[in-house]
Each structure stands twice: as C-alpha cells, then as structure tokens.
Design a protein around this ligand. Structure first.
Ligand SMILES: [Fe+2]
Ligand SMILES: [Fe+2]
Length: 206
C-alpha cells in the first residue's frame, strides 16, 4: 500500500457513514470512481494526495438530502428531467463544509484548501464546468466514468425506468461533453465496450 492509499483508507472510514446514508449507490459509486482516479492519476500525472481524498469526499453532501424521495433521479443526469439544480448545488456547498470537518477530524493537512475547493466545484452542469487544474479535472473525470460502467448503467436504467440499451444510447450521444482529459475519454470507450447493451446497440448481439 502506498502513502496515498493509506490516506484513502483512513478517510474512507471517516466518510463511510455519510456515503452509506446518502443516495443508495453513493458508496459503490465512490469505490468505483476511486479506482478510476488511481489509474488517471498515474496516466496524467495528477497528485493522488489531493485527488483521492477529493474523490472520497466529493458526494458526501448527499447525506443531507437522504430524506428526499427519488433522490437519484433528481441528481444523476443533468439535462434529463426531473433533474434538480438546487440539490446538485446543495450537495456541493454542504459537501465542501463537511469535507473540511472530516479532513480536520482525521488530521489531514496536505493541500486541504484545494481538496475542499475541488469538492465544492467537482461539477457544474455538464456543459459549463469550471476547472482549476489537472487534479480537479481527474476528480471530475473519475466521477463521470462511473456512468459508463456496468453498475452505473444499471443504476441509471433502474432510476429512469429505461432499458440499459436506451441509457447507453443516450451516453453515446452525450459522453464527449462529460470528460476533460483524453485519458478519461479513452477509458470511457474501453468501458463501453465491456457492456452487453453497447453490443446490442451496435447490432452484434443476436
Ligand atoms: Fe457530485
Ligand atoms: Fe459523484
């Protein structure tokens, strides 16, 4: 285990309670995004000591909305109704405050301001993202890559009551505006080719 992963484990323990009580899939989403983030850090030279904590903490703000019914369809796909800008914005603001508390709580003191800033700004709507640097870009890309995984597609299909093929079709139209780094775009294409629904759409599944 390297140093950054040691930090991740401690933070993940501290964030678990919030992640398991936000949207039902936030815990899974965070684990999967964390794997993408590790890979992207290595590929683009981002700082894992900033990126991994930011990924772990990026969606803890949904904890404050756990009482809201259908929280996942209000927050999963920008541009697809009934998406809620208010909840999206709220999870950024409240999540950033909570992130600072958690980082302080575990005694993490490396680039805390940057990590909190990234949690606060890890997404706009897809077409108006604001970016500071490569660390923020990697957090945003690792976050978005979840969508093109088996679990992400299944979650979206269930949330919107659509078939997985319909979700993947929508993704093929929208994905180019989801990613900032070319490395993430390449991983997204790789992940899509692992999906049965992708091959159904391509006409190669009988
Ligand atoms: Fe988020
Ligand atoms: Fe996320």
């Amino acid at each position: 285990m390297n140093q950054a992963d040691g930090v991740s484990e401690k933070l993940l323990n501290a964030a678990t309670e919030y992640l398991k009580n936000g949207r039902w899939f936030d815990w899974i989403h965070t684990q999967i995004s964390l794997d993408f983030a590790r890979r992207l850090c290595a590929e683009v030279g981002a700082d894992p000591k900033v990126v991994l904590p930011a990924v772990i903490l990026h969606d803890i703000g949904y904890y404050f909305y756990s009482d809201i019914e259908n929280l996942e369809i209000l927050t999963t796909m920008p541009n697809i109704p009934p998406f809620s800008e208010d909840i999206k914005e709220g999870h950024l603001v409240k999540g950033a405050e909570l992130a600072r508390k958690i980082l302080n709580g575990v005694g993490y003191d490396y680039k805390v301001e940057e990590i909190v800033w990234i949690v606060r700004n890890h997404e706009g709507t897809d077409d108006r993202k604001r970016f500071l640097n490569i660390n923020q870009a990697v957090v945003s890309d690792a976050d978005s890559l979840f969508r093109v995984t088996d679990v992400g597609v299944r979650q979206a299909a269930e949330a919107y009551n659509l078939r997985e093929e319909e979700i993947v079709k929508k993704m093929l139209e929208l994905k180019d505006m989801w990613f900032i780094t070319n490395e993430a775009k390449a991983i997204a294409d790789e992940e899509l080719r692992k999906l049965r629904a992708y091959w159904i759409l391509e006409g190669f599944w009988r």
